[in-house]
Design a protein around this ligand. Structure first.
Ligand code: ADP
Length: 449
């Protein structure tokens, strides 16, 4: 059967869906292919929110922020390894991406903070629920309104590309049958490779045996597919481990819990770091503990203000104690040590000065309202900062920095934006910003091609 499209989007995460909607709205006939049987990729698991500076929502709340500050803090968090032009594009387009979502009735009007940032700029749903499910269901609603097709259980195998021209995409369906979908343009939005243990080990041998927070589809197949056409890759060894992962389920405990005022304590009942440091630093501190794991600890006030916390309670991750001593006893911790740790921390909150570890953000309120909760966590493979090289217009670049004509990429499959460490809330921003850009560029290119 002959299937003809203007633009094929590979991958149904946030980047792919944003690209598909934007390309459609600019007049292209679009289809999305997704290897898994469900839509949403790893995006659906995103927890904390979407970073942007100088947004209307920040203004409404009286939060003063600048794009320059967002740029600097992302660069610092990325250890100055970020591609400056891509980062500039990212920061510049972030407020428009928030507005674009709002126009599609995907409203991220509540604002919190993540590690490595000095200002509340992480936008999330008004009810403070996890951003991923909210975002994907909103995008799918928009896809359906426009009757944009998504072929699930359909894996992109190779791009038909000759003499600098895309003619089609070879896909393999759930029965192992292959066929060609005809198209002029392709957007690769296949996500990262955190769930490909071999690939992770290849680039970072010391991460062997780590759990991953990612869904099974995060195998990096899009990177291989593009490398076969001569695409360049960057920063492939920059793999992020997330500090707070529940180990039995490999479920990520959102940074919004710490952002809401929680602390980390060791089995000895002591704080051991500034909990609001970047993920790489907090992870390294946990791995440095004798037990290589820690407890994320919070009180009733943090719980009552964070929807994610309820989810963790429902999943049975949290141990609950009516008092600090009760909780300590249940988790095999010295009650006196834990009580002392909380007293010291609560004093730091009252004075807004953490003399022990220099935490300056999310010193929200004293942790003194029972019940108290603790979730055991350790780091897990979470995000691959590296990936294919793109231009500031999301064109895939070859090893000579020349665009592969007719091919764009967006989202975690791309490398360079986050440098050596991604800040929480910057992945969702990345996928929407560059997804929209790739969709726009591909649709406009098809019109003139
Ligand atoms: P991003 O956050 O960059 O949007 P996600 O991980 O959310 O990335 O989504 C990427 C999607 O791409 C996943 O749903 C994944 O299953 C899908 N995918 C990965 N490789 C392929 C492939 N070769 N063919 C089709 N879909 C793919």
């Amino acid at each position: 059967s002959l299937e003809n499209y203007d633009v094929i989007v590979i991958g149904s995460g946030g980047a792919g869906l944003a690209a598909a909607i934007n390309a459609h709205d600019l007049g292209a006939k679009v289809v999305v292919v997704e290897r898994m049987s469900t839509i949403g990729g790893n995006t659906i698991k995103a927890s904390v929110g979407m970073n942007a500076a100088q947004t209307s929502y920040q203004q409404e709340k009286g939060i003063r922020d600048t794009k320059a500050c967002f740029y600097e803090e992302t660069l610092k968090g990325g250890k100055f390894k970020n591609n400056p032009e891509l980062l500039q594009q990212f920061v510049e387009r972030a407020p428009d991406a928030i507005d674009w979502l709002a126009k599609q009735e995907i409203v991220l009007s509540d604002i919190t903070i993540t590690g490595g940032m000095s200002i509340d700029r992480t936008h999330r749903p008004a009810d403070r629920s996890a951003v991923g499910g909210f975002l994907i269901s909103g995008l799918v609603r928009n896809l359906n309104q426009r009757h944009i097709e998504v072929l699930v259980d359909t894996k992109a195998d190779s791009i038909e590309y000759q003499q600098g021209k895309v003619s089609g995409l070879k896909v393999i369906d759930e029965y192992g049958e292959s066929r060609i979908l005809h198209t002029k343009a392709i957007i690769v939005a296949t996500g990262g490779f955190s769930a490909n243990a071999k690939m992770v080990e290849h680039y970072r041998p010391e991460l062997t045996g780590f759990v991953t927070t990612n869904h099974k589809g995060a195998t990096g197949s899009g990177i291989t597919l593009l490398q076969n056409l001569g695409a360049a890759t960057v920063d492939m060894a920059e793999i992020q481990i997330h500090p707070t992962v529940e180990q039995q389920s490999a479920y990520l405990i959102s940074e919004s819990i710490r952002g809401g005022g929680a602390i980390l304590v060791s089995q000895a009942g002591e704080r051991f770091c500034n909990e609001m440091e970047t993920r790489d630093k907090v992870s390294a501190q946990i791995i440095g503990l004798a037990e290589k794991s820690a407890w994320i600890l919070f009180d009733e006030q943090v719980r009552s203000q964070n929807k994610a916390a309820d989810e963790y309670l429902a999943k049975g991750f949290a141990i609950q104690g009516e008092s600090v001593e009760d909780l300590a006893t249940q988790i095999g911790m010295d009650p006196k040590a834990l009580a002392q740790t909380l007293a010291t921390f609560n004093q730091a909150v009252r004075q807004q000065q953490d003399l022990q570890f220099g935490r300056t953000t999310a010193l929200r309120h004293p942790l003194d309202k029972g019940p108290f909760y603790a979730i055991k966590i350790a780091p897990g493979v979470h995000h691959t900062m590296g990936g294919v090289a793109i231009s500031t217009q999301a064109q895939v670049l070859d090893t000579h920095h020349q665009p592969l004509k007719g091919i764009w990429a967006a989202g975690e499959v791309v490398g360079g934006i986050h440098g050596a460490n991604r800040i929480g809330g910057n992945a969702v921003a990345d996928i929407i910003i560059f997804g929209l850009l790739a969709g726009e560029q591909a649709a406009n290119w098809v019109k003139t091609a």
